[in-house]
Write a protein that binds this ligand. Structure first.
Ligand code: GLA
Length: 721
């Protein structure tokens, strides 16, 4: 890992163990992109630096600018668009200076650009870590003048992909909806723009800011799980975001560009004299080993450099959550009864979901009033927490701070604390409105209320929900030049509130939830230790949701509950073992009405929780290998391999046996070929080399029926055995 500067070419080389990203200053003093792909042996090997010309420069209005200010003759997606105080809307950025810093963890480059005329500066930042293949970039802008400048569009950066030759690029992205988040979508890139975005005020259940591009052409298949070039990235932003993949008719055959950052839709920022504005971080990587390796590189980066360090190295506890069985019917007795059964099953964390506060008898009232319901829990939370602790579990709780029900004390006292336009009605979703976290008094109220809750009760886990998108985004109390800052200020307000609570209560770990998986991105994952993946807890549907999720995000963050059968959504009936195996693919939770489970079911569950605890270090900290995709047929097969290759666990689940399909044959991946592994879980245990397991694989003829499953554990024999 290093960042180097070559003075005679005025070029920078950002290199990881296998990847290089290169750009430089052209004669006109503008910053041009040169290369992103496999690391090459010499600096002069890179086009634009040595004998090979920069492949992108062939027409100034389509040049591959490293960070494009909207000005001059440019028609591709700009990174930055501003209006100066004199109404000039033309930004001309020239290279000014750079600074390179290094420590034993990372290297950071700052490249300074300045406008040709106005006292306006743009800093581009790049960072690489010595134990990661992922590169980070972001930008900040500074108003050095004495009049305000209006920012109308600002991205974290544009990434230029190399020429696909005769072929074309293909975009893989994750899209869906409530109950069906993270569905894998693949589309060919043609001339024009493909935008992935949120305009909803949160990351959204409909899409997540992650992309992967590969290309296919004559004689070249596209990438698959195990081979092929993949360029991928993700944006760390939980507000309105945008990823634009653009192929202009001029760029055709010359590459494709991806820009990502804050969504310019309805956005504007009044940058006052002396102020600066910083974008979210765009994290990106490249591999020639397919989508599987792209996921593994991104996951490892998340474990090492994104997830909060306090909990990133520790096992995620097996949790019990009472939402599905209890809903709003929270009583001391019902919680204590469930806690007893959960503890006997081996749960380590007991979480009370919605319904414990204010007048929260249903979703019609109470949001905003963050005090324990005096009618439902007259003794407060303490007796339940003590009971949970006595049973050997930690205690967790649900909150939804950014929301308010009109039927609440908070709203009655402060009807102006929500987003609204004075002449328009306030559209409710789930009988709730969105609090205006752009306001510091709203943030202060929430900090005080939640700080009190966490100070007065021994809470070690919080599920933080966000159950509706923003509408009527008015902030009439703000100066008109600043009202559209609310989209960004809301996300900043959320981060700020969570950061303050995290600092004040470092023992608490956090789960990000938004009607299921509506707030998952690299920004929230810097603060939340795990995610509620989807409200859809059906173990079969979950295989599709979870596959998409793990393309981008680390399995240790993906929480999966075992619930009752038949499932409430589609009435699908599945065995307890199948439900457990589906949930063991990430962080394990139980969310069923376990008091009603038979003794036999409770015993089976206890055994399966124990089995999970034996292998959770592989799921949570290992390397994921996807073998059979639920999208391709009748099986899902996924394995998790310890980084030193000494242990692995493989899960195989049937979806629905159809048309006498042959049984699944799964060839393991990522093992050490010469190591002997003991294989447990298919018949009597036996021993086989890594090579045999990877070349020939294992046959799952015994999985004959719908919703059948197996868990195989592989462990390296000690030398000599
Ligand atoms: C959202 C969450 C659920 C649950 C409910 C409570 O829908 O996704 O898990 O917490 O809110 O109201």
């Amino acid at each position: 890992m290093s960042i180097k500067y070559l003075a005679e070419k005025r070029a920078w080389f950002i290199e990881t163990a296998t990847t290089a990203y290169v750009f430089g200053v052209e004669e006109g003093n503008k910053l041009l992109h040169y290369y992103w792909g496999t690391r090459l042996p010499n600096q002069t090997d890179y086009p634009g630096v040595g004998p090979l010309p920069n492949q992108y420069v062939y027409d100034t209005h389509e040049a591959a600018y490293e960070y494009l200010g909207w000005g001059g003759i440019n028609y591709t997606e700009p990174d930055l668009k501003v209006t100066f105080a004199d109404d000039v809307r033309d930004l001309v950025l020239f290279y000014h200076d750079y600074d390179l810093t290094e420590n034993n963890v990372s290297s950071e480059l700052k490249v300074v650009l300045k406008d040709a005329y106005y006292p306006f500066q743009v800093n581009l930042f790049y960072r690489v870590f010595n134990d990661s293949e992922i590169i980070e970039r972001w930008a900040s802008v500074l108003n050095l003048g004495d009049t305000p400048t209006r920012i109308e569009q600002i991205s974290s950066g544009t990434l230029h992909l190399p020429s696909p030759g005769e072929g074309g690029y293909r975009l893989t992205h994750l899209a869906g909806r409530w109950g069906a988040e993270f569905q894998v979508n693949r589309t060919n890139i043609t001339d024009g723009k493909k935008s992935l975005e949120s305009r909803r005020g949160h990351t959204s259940n409909e899409a997540t800011p992650w992309f992967a591009l590969d290309y296919a052409g004559p004689g070249r298949a596209g990438a698959d799980e195990d081979q092929g070039q993949v360029w991928f990235g993700g944006l760390g932003w939980s507000g309105n975001w945008l990823v634009t993949v653009e192929q202009s008719t001029y760029l055709k055959g010359k590459g494709v560009r991806v820009s990502s950052g804050i969504n310019p839709f309805d956005f504007s920022w009044n940058l006052k004299p002396g102020q600066s504005f910083e974008t979210p971080v765009l994290s990106f990587g490249y591999t020639s080993e397919g989508f599987g390796e792209a996921s593994r590189l991104f996951h490892r980066y998340q474990l090492r450099h994104i997830l909060p360090a306090e909990f990133a190295g520790k096992p995620r506890p097996v949790l019990y959550n009472s939402w599905e069985p209890i809903q709003f019917d929270v009583t001391e007795q019902s919680q204590m009864d469930l806690a007893e059964v959960a503890a006997r099953m081996g749960a380590e964390l007991f979480v009370i979901d919605d319904g414990w506060f204010g007048a929260r008898d249903s979703d019609h009232a109470g949001l905003g009033d963050w005090f324990v319901s005096p009618t439902k829990l007259p003794n407060g939370l303490k007796p339940i927490i003590e009971h949970v602790h006595a049973l050997g579990m930690e205690f967790g709780i649900w909150i939804e701070p950014e929301m308010v029900n009109p039927d609440s004390d908070l709203y009655r006292a402060h009807p102006d604390w929500v987003y609204y336009f004075p002449t328009r009605s306030r559209t409710e979703r789930r009988q709730q409105l969105v609090l205006n976290l752009s306001r510091t008094d709203v943030q202060a109220y929430l900090f005080e209320a939640l700080d009190k809750l966490l100070s007065e009760n021994a809470i070690s886990f919080v599920k933080w929900d966000y159950n509706r998108p923003v509408s009527e985004p008015g902030w009439p109390e703000a100066p008109s030049a600043e009202q559209r800052e609310m989209w960004v200020r809301s996300a900043q307000g959320f981060y700020n509130l969570l950061d303050r609570l995290r600092a004040a209560h470092p023992q608490v770990s956090w789960e990000s939830c938004s009607s299921g998986g509506g707030r998952v991105d690299l920004g929230v994952l810097r603060r939340a230790d795990q995610v509620w993946t989807s409200d859809n807890t059906d173990p079969y549907d979950r295989l599709f949701i979870q596959e998409g999720y793990t393309l981008a995000y680390a399995p240790r963050t993906m929480f999966c509950w075992v619930v009752d059968t038949p499932h409430w959504l589609g009435k699908r009936d599945t065995s307890l073992t199948y439900r457990f195996h589906s949930s063991m693919l990430g962080g394990l939770g139980i969310g069923g009405h376990i008091s009603n489970w038979s003794e036999e079911e409770k015993t089976t569950a206890r055994g399966l929780v124990e089995e999970y605890k034996q292998i959770r270090h592989l799921v949570q900290d290992g390397l994921i290998y996807r073998h059979l995709s639920p999208r391709d047929g009748s099986y899902t097969a996924v394995s998790y391999v310890r980084e030193d290759r000494l242990e692995a666990v493989l899960f195989v689940l049937t979806l629905g046996r159809r048309l006498a399909l042959p049984p699944a044959q799964v060839r393991l991946k990522g093992l050490n070929p010469t190591t002997l592994y003991r294989v447990e879980g298919v018949g009597e245990p036996f021993t086989l080399s890594g090579a045999a397991l990877m070349q020939h694989g294992l046959n799952f003829g015994h999985l004959k029926y719908d919703f059948d499953s197996a868990k195989i554990y592989l462990s390296a024999l000690e030398p000599g055995k």
